[in-house]
Design a protein around this ligand. Sequence first.
Ligand code: AMP
Ligand code: MG
Length: 408
Amino acid sequence: MGFDNGALRSLEDALQGMLARLDCRCEAESVPLPEALDRVLASDILSPLSVPPFDNAAMDGYAVRLADLAAGAPLPVAGKAFAGQPYDGEWPAGHCIRIMTGAPVPPGADAVVMQEETQAGENGITFLAHPVAGQNIRRRGEDLAQGSRVLESGLRLSPRELPLLASLGIASVSVRRPLKVAIFSTGDELKPVGSPLQHGDIYDSNRYGVRAMLSRMGIECLDLGIIPDDPAALRAAFQQADREADALITTGGVSVGEADFTKQLLEELGEIGFWKLAIKPGKPFAFGRLPNAWFFGLPGNPVSAMVTFDQLVQPALARLAGQQFARPLRLQALAAEPLKKSPGRQDFQRGILSAGPNGLEVRSTGSQDSGVFSSLSRANCYIVLEQERGKVAAGETVTVEPFSGLLL
Ligand code: AMP
Ligand code: MG
């Protein structure tokens, strides 16, 4: 698992190291369309039909043959076509057909002239503008051609895709079963919310962040609660997670001091690497395999736990779930104030991005200590500062990554 004897490992290197080992673990199952929201497609969707399925009118107006308009005389109305009620009667020369939006265009029609460009009179309809061939006609297959690939395997279905699938008449889809992830927090000092604190205790906050992020990813969570720093309790929790879940995420207990202890246990049960990441916050990180489940050990500091989940664990879980993972959007912005930074680690500072007079500008949320939760809760983006960069002066350009689904 790449134990790296104290050397700092870049985020990218750690991510690629993990992804190289991970594959989709989730079998395919068929679900009815309304239940497919947030599920991951297990195969490509090919269009079973053409959309639209027939040439139809894009406007309310009149279907015409261009030859009939050449004389410039008004055209009597031969019939009416409504959405769902095609006109299939006679269409004599020198006539037009009243047509409504979505109605099938009668065979032979060259264009639909919108109502606003016509005038109705005693002798029929006068056309005020000269239509071109094809005007206001939505062609069969113009949106989706029959047999074409509409959606790709690995896509997580959002409200944007469900109506598309419905338009193709697809009633059920093949999706991956949800990934199941066990979580627990470690630390003798941790107490669950709702109980009183003794001196030296703090509330376990990480589990609520990790659970929430799993839920945003559509992942099933097995919450094993708080496990004390006790070998027997930890061993039992590791084993239960290994039996019942695809992956285990813990927070705390991977930094120097405690690591030896967890490390011993994990090395006995599986194959785990303890990494020192060249990122701030979030230096200690563990990754590896129990007999059945994958293991991700996040740092205990609350902000570090959230950031390492977002940047490292999220893409890894997506891989296990069979989901395509798109790298988050990164933009350039002007630092609206100086930013503290020392060379050596890539910083994920928490910032507030806004539109300024000279384009995007970003300021810090204040103390960037990895224990200061308000630095995260007030932020709407990361300020991603390069590993070797030093302090940033006001007005310099920096890279920002707006928070996306997971942290919003
Ligand atoms: P550790 O990685 O276990 O050494 O923890 C580092 C710091 O994070 C310590 O101050 C812990 O008290 C704190 N911490 C660890 N786990 C949690 C948690 N679940 N919720 C809040 N703080 C935590
Ligand atoms: Mg601890």
